[in-house]
Design a protein around this ligand. Structure first.
Ligand SMILES: Cc1ncc(COP(=O)(O)O)c(C=O)c1O
Length: 451
């Protein structure tokens, strides 16, 4: 129905039509979705349920975020209690106790002297916050010429202008003008030729970090503020870092006074079998961005964890003057803090990060069992993640994966994520061994169905 007719109709009936037209869906082919919607009405633990009650096994933790599983009782109860106690407190100049409690808990979980936590509401905001802190940090230390930011090809850092500038996904960049000036990119770490069908970190590729030396030689270190990378690139199809790569990046950054930011929006909170990927790889970045798993997806929240030295650099000047001119109305929102605290309790009490570590070999074996399936070009695994590359149909890049996702929801009862022609899997960390088998059985049937 044309929108004028729809609105007139609504005016007559006084009821607003609840059709699919008004919602402009994010990162979704709207027309295809609205022709055959995939609607979710409920969730519990490892499952979603459609409005007609059909169970769909969650092979993607929603969007890499429901690490504790869905609608967990302690998290739900904490959110309810908080909504009754305190709906909102200003985030500027005032605060509520749970914001400090959650920051302390996160700082205690983070490695080394990553002790200062700045809250925001999403991964995109976390990235833009970290980039701004990096620029301001150099500025307050009298090195204001350090303005360049270095990202990486195939990196995903959300959708803010900072994030898409340092990000390396063409489709996310090409329609949005000139982006931030003064950004350069490292090469992606993936090479099918050298890495195909690797479990965990590939042997080949550490040398790609040395490209940072080329960028430093080109621009001079005195112009470079920070390097930002995902320790494991999730959104472009699960690309684990080559062995030694992150260590090499760290060493080069140290040599040149460049800050190293790990975007752990996906890898944070247990996805790779450790609280943070920084811990798994034994590399201490200067800042970590997080979101998603901090509340197990139950309330939007993101943040940046900075090393003490970064925070301390700002704590100068008159005490009544704001040190960092940055923040969000909903930074450390009470509902998010309550959900975050309950989520961290659950992770600890159920040992979910250790569980992810223990399950990793079984997960990897189950994924690799699909090697040899016609049309499977590569499989990568690390922690509880897997990326499966499919061969494309001629002139229809991405169509096979899209169909697999559709059929997964409608026919097999499994939710998977797709990016290009890659199927990406990342179940909640409560997944059972039987459910791991079920996920890959279903995925195997899906791949055969779309070939
Ligand atoms: C590494 C990384 N950074 C940032 C983001 C953006 O997070 P959000 O969608 O919460 O803004 C994502 C989202 O998937 C991500 O994977």
């Amino acid at each position: 129905m044309p929108s004028t007719d729809r609105k007139q109709n609504a005016a007559v009936t006084t009821a607003v039509p609840n059709d699919l037209a008004a919602f402009w869906m994010p990162f979704t082919p709207n027309r295809a979705f609205k022709r055959a919607p995939r609607l979710i009405a409920h969730a519990k633990d490892m499952h979603y349920f459609t409005p007609d009650g059909r169970a769909v096994l969650d092979g993607a933790a929603g969007l890499w975020c429901t690490n504790a599983g869905h609608n967990r009782d302690p998290i739900v109860a904490a959110i309810k209690r908080q909504a009754e106690d305190l709906d909102y407190a200003p985030a500027f100049q005032f605060a509520h106790p749970k914001s400090f409690e959650l920051a302390s808990r996160i700082a205690a979980l983070a490695p080394g002297d990553l002790d200062r936590v700045f809250f925001c509401n999403s991964g995109s905001e976390a990235v833009d916050t970290a980039l701004k802190i990096a620029l301001a940090y150099h500025h307050v230390r009298g090195q204001g010429s350090r303005t360049r930011l270095i990202g990486r090809e195939r990196g995903y850092h959300g959708v803010g202008f900072g994030g898409i500038s340092v990000g390396g996904i063409v489709a996310n960049r090409k329609h949005f003008g000139t982006l931030l000036a003064g950004v350069d990119h490292l090469p992606a770490t993936y090479s099918r030729e050298h890495q195909a069908f690797t479990k965990g970190e590939p042997e080949w590729g550490a040398h790609l970090a040395d490209d940072l030396e080329r960028i430093v030689a080109l621009h001079d270190a005195s112009t470079i503020a920070a390097v930002i990378v995902e320790p494991m690139a999730g959104s472009t199809g699960v690309l684990p870092p080559p062995k030694g790569y992150l260590q090499r990046l760290r060493a080069i950054c140290d040599r040149h006074g460049i800050l190293l930011i790990f975007d752990e929006v996906i890898t944070g909170f247990g996805r790779l079998g450790a609280t943070f990927a920084a811990e798994r790889y034994g590399v201490l970045p200067d800042m970590i961005t997080f979101a998603k798993g901090i509340t197990s997806g139950a309330v939007p929240m993101g943040g940046v964890i900075a090393r003490d030295g970064i925070y301390d650099a700002f704590m100068r000047g008159p005490e009544h003057v704001v040190e960092l001119f940055h923040g969000y109305t909903y930074s450390a929102h009470p509902l998010a803090c309550a959900a975050g605290l309950a989520t961290l309790d659950l992770y600890r009490d159920e040992g979910l990060f250790e569980r992810a570590k223990k399950l990793e070999p079984k997960w990897a074996d189950a994924a690799m069992a699909l090697k040899g399936t016609p049309g499977v070009l590569d499989i990568r695994t690390v922690g509880l993640t897997a990326g499966i590359d499919l061969a494309s149909r001629p002139d229809a890049f991405g169509k096979r994966a899209y169909e697999a996702m559709e059929r997964g929801f409608h026919d097999e009862g499994v939710m998977i994520r797709i990016t290009g022609e890659t199927l990406a899997l990342s179940p909640p960390l409560i997944v059972s061994e039987a459910q791991i088998g079920e996920i890959f059985d279903k995925v195997g049937r899906l791949i055969k169905a779309v070939m």
